[in-house]
Design a protein around this ligand. Structure first.
Ligand SMILES: Cc1ncc(COP(=O)(O)O)c(C=O)c1O
Length: 348
């Protein structure tokens, strides 16, 4: 079976992790600080805070923006439930909006229609490796949290995603662009959000009591993250090569292929094809042929909340028709050719 996704772990990560284990210094320390510096330099923000997941980074970002229970936060329906959870952690109201049919990112037009006096933040996930319409979204002058869980390394007008919003969050879960097994991070140019997030991620050794969390990354994770981040550009160019093989061989089949506007560099966290309403049957057929393909979002959030498909027409259509094919640096050329051959056979 060709897996849908796989981490890229080399001897370097193994050596780095075993050095930590031998050192006996396992909890947040020197390596976490180093990883934060590396992340901040890569994204080109003033500050970065490492966390134990993308979800905890999102929670800290919302708290850092002082989102309160009566506030509304705009999020797309077509994203994982972790984003909705974070809004619920701060007891705010999540206002779900629709996406664009071409890049699957949050629709600036749909955001505009849903802004009210209560809107205090917009969470902008850059879906599947391609930046959202940052210029269009910044025009609303509402604080933006960029969610780069699926897109570290992608650029918009030559700048890294994660450097545009009030804060940006990252996930380093096992299958992400780079991994620390589980893990996350927050990057920001705002010193208030930085100090707040640093304080809140650790509850111990504080002079005064406040509600705080245990959201710390550990040294084992940071050791992996440092090694992975060194090779992120290699990971990206490998993914881009595979994507271009798919692009060249899957055109002319009457399916939609990923397209990146000239000012946005796609890092292909996912390679998504858009068929005609039959994602499920394509996934089943590919599985029968030894290929693990998936829906790139398990279920739209409006379906979890029992909201009508009529209010989310693009999300509904995309959910029905989009299939994510295997793509990761370790995928071999012959495996890519095998996938291409089987997809062509199914769709012809
Ligand atoms: C867009 C997005 N944001 C946030 C998260 C949450 O990240 P984590 O699983 O590290 O908590 C995910 C998880 O995949 C995600 O896809």
């Amino acid at each position: 079976m060709i897996s849908h996704s796989k981490p890229t772990i080399s001897q370097k990560e193994i050596n780095a992790v075993s050095a930590v284990l031998k050192s006996g210094l396992l909890a947040q320390g020197r390596l976490v600080t180093r990883f934060e510096q590396d992340l901040r330099k890569f994204i080109k923000t003033s500050f970065a805070v490492a966390t134990n997941s993308g979800s905890s980074a999102l929670h800290l970002a919302l708290l850092g923006l002082k989102i309160r229970p009566q506030d509304e936060v705009i999020i797309p329906s077509y994203v994982c439930a972790g984003v909705l959870n974070a809004v619920n952690y701060v007891c705010a109201k999540a206002r779900l909006v629709d996406i664009n049919p071409d890049d699957f990112n949050i629709s600036a037009d749909s955001v505009r229609k849903n802004i009210s006096l209560k809107t205090k933040a917009i969470i902008v996930p850059h879906m599947f490796g391609l930046a959202a319409d940052l210029d269009g979204l910044k025009k609303f002058k509402i604080p933006l949290i960029e969610d780069c869980a699926l897109s570290i390394g992608a650029t918009y007008k030559g700048r890294q995603v994660g450097s545009f919003g009030d804060a940006a969050v990252f996930s380093f879960y096992a299958t992400k662009m780079l991994t620390t097994a589980e893990g996350g991070g927050l990057a920001t140019n705002r010193s208030d959000i930085y100090s707040f997030a640093r304080d809140k991620r650790d509850y111990d050794n504080k002079d005064s009591y406040q509600l705080r969390f245990n959201y710390k990354m550990n040294e084992i994770q940071a050791a992996m993250g440092i090694e992975q981040l060194k090779r992120i550009n290699q990971f990206i160019s490998h993914r881009q090569k595979i994507a271009s093989m798919y692009n060249n061989s899957l055109s002319g089949l009457g399916i939609g292929l990923p397209e990146a506007p000239a000012h946005r560099v796609h890092v292909y966290f996912r390679y998504c094809i858009k068929s005609k309403n039959c994602a499920e049957s394509i996934i089943k057929k590919l599985r029968g042929l030894g290929i693990e393909a998936k829906r790139p979002v398990f279920k739209p959030l409006h379906n979890y909340l029992g909201l009508s498909n009529k209010d989310y027409p693009v999300t509904t259509q995309v959910y029905k028709s989009v299939v994510s094919l295997p793509i990761y640096p370790q995928l071999k050329e012959e495996q890519v050719r095998f996938v291409i051959d089987k997809v062509r056979r199914i769709l012809k």
